[in-house]
Design a protein around this ligand. Structure first.
Ligand code: FPP
Length: 248
């Protein structure tokens, strides 16, 4: 007789504490349906709600979502305008559920360069959920990792100039503290990074923090990425052998 192997199940003791997602493929999702690109972004936003809840219920402690990069300003004005509107709509519509889920919102990026309404919505979402103690939903909005690293280097150079530290004292902890992920504390480095849509690159995302992350690339376009595919990515993560450069 054939013996059917049971499907592997997620080990609840080894849930990746921090998952980061490069949400790619909104444009192709829309194109496949002969819809304008912004329809893909709208569906992408709807999926942020679905995956946020799935991650929170799985026991993930921090979920970072790449919502807008410092390079995305190169897109047509109407698309950029729509992408800037999305956080406003998202927080307006989803705030009661975020509070019910005990999710704490954090937004990292060059917030001062955002349209006033977008910045205001981001700051309000952080303030409204500041007391929540569950998963941190960390949006990377107008974020770019090289700029973030350069800013950290500048800040440390200034600290040396001001005499608060010496060059010899610059270590990973000082660098971590100068990055935009510093408010995430010990969760700053993602354990698992997922990119949707079949592209296999990092696109200026969390370059320092990703040093030892496990990477999972999936063909699903972001609006089609399901909680079951999130489970699948976590199973793949759990099957990996994380050695952090050492030996087992
Ligand atoms: C990349 O797909 C996606 C983006 C640049 C935007 C991602 C934004 C969302 C998913 C919504 C964010 C929601 C909130 C609440 C801020 P693409 O447009 O490059 O797709 P393509 O490669 O298929 O053209």
């Amino acid at each position: 007789m054939f013996s059917k192997k049971p499907a592997p199940t997620i080990d609840s003791n080894r849930i990746p504490a921090h998952i980061a997602i490069i949400m790619d493929g909104n444009g192709r999702w829309a194109k496949k349906r002969l819809l304008p690109r912004i329809a893909g972004h709208k569906q992408g936003m709807e999926n942020v709600k679905v995956i946020t809840k799935a991650a929170s219920r799985m026991g993930v402690k921090a979920l970072t979502l790449y919502a807008f990069s410092t390079e995305n300003w190169k897109r047509p004005n109407d698309e950029v305008g729509y992408l800037m509107r999305l956080p406003v709509d998202f927080f307006d519509a989803f705030m009661p559920e975020l509070i019910e889920e005990n999710v704490r919102v954090h937004v990292m990026g060059y917030l001062d360069d955002l349209p006033e309404a977008t910045k205001k919505a981001a700051l309000k979402a952080m303030a409204d959920t500041a007391q929540n103690t569950g998963m941190i939903l960390n949006f990377a909005l107008n974020y770019g990792s090289r700029s973030e690293i350069l800013d950290a280097a500048r800040q440390l150079a200034q600290d040396v100039q001001a005499g608060t530290i010496t060059t010899d004292q610059i270590d990973e902890a000082h660098f971590d503290a100068a990055l935009m992920t510093a408010p995430l504390g010990e969760l700053a480095d993602p354990d698992l990074v997922i990119r949707t849509s079949g592209e296999e690159r990092i696109s200026n995302f969390l370059l320092w923090q990703m040093a030892y992350s496990e990477l999972v690339f999936t063909d699903a376009l972001w609006p089609d990425f399901t909680p079951e595919q999130l489970d699948q990515a976590v199973l793949e993560y759990q099957a990996r052998d994380r050695r952090f450069g050492g030996l087992k």
